[in-house]
Design a protein around this ligand. Sequence first.
Ligand SMILES: [Mn+2]
Length: 266
Amino acid sequence: MTVFALGDIQGCYRELRALLEQVHYDSNKDSLWLTGDIINRGPDNVETLQFLMDQSNVQVVLGNHDLHFLAVASGIREQLKGDTLSDLLEHKELDTFTDWLRKQPLVRYDPDYGTLLVHAGMPGIWDLETVMARSEEVFDQLTNNNYRRFLQEMYGNKPSIWHNDLTGFARLRLITNFFTRMRFYRHPGEIELNQKKTQAPQGFEPWFDYRNPSLHKITILFGHWAALGCVQRPYLAGLDTGCVWGRHLTALRVEDGRRFKQQALP
Ligand SMILES: [Mn+2]
């Protein structure tokens, strides 16, 4: 069995299939780990989602675009300029798509490979056990019948500093922002959400430059930050290489760290 971890697909279905062909992906033997943002902004969301839902060996974590889709499909938000969710929203299987996405977590840990899969990042204040417990709090909301309430309350940049006594939707919003939107971080526990380029705002650093000591020997696989390009450091791999922006889609072979890429197709 081979495990391939792929960065943000964002509905780039043709590039997904070309990349899987290039790595000789065998759906009977191999596994796909996806860093989230599997849909939106790209052209073929339905095909992408249907293909991934058909694979028995796909592990996904949710990204900000996947969560935004759930909110739009629930009638809570409108599509934003640049969103390309209409193919999903008008599809007769819409409920199947949302039900499947709602059952995906924000973080996955694989003890055999010693890896954490997350869309954006994780704050240095949390050890492994805490990371998984926080992820579970949001998972519980999304899989609950009352999940629309969470989707309603999920938007916003505040609070920006974690305290253990945060409660309710403020707490859930910050957890979600850490895992699905964070780029810059200030220890201990502060997120910065306005800067999208690579230059850190005053006092902040890329979240992965401050790592919780208990995570030093765990490889974190993440997406979300296309402007960084290919990030490859010991125990860290950034996999969003901007396919939807005309760059390329990346697959990491987890066993040996080898990268494969597929150029964006015209
Ligand atoms: Mn993202």
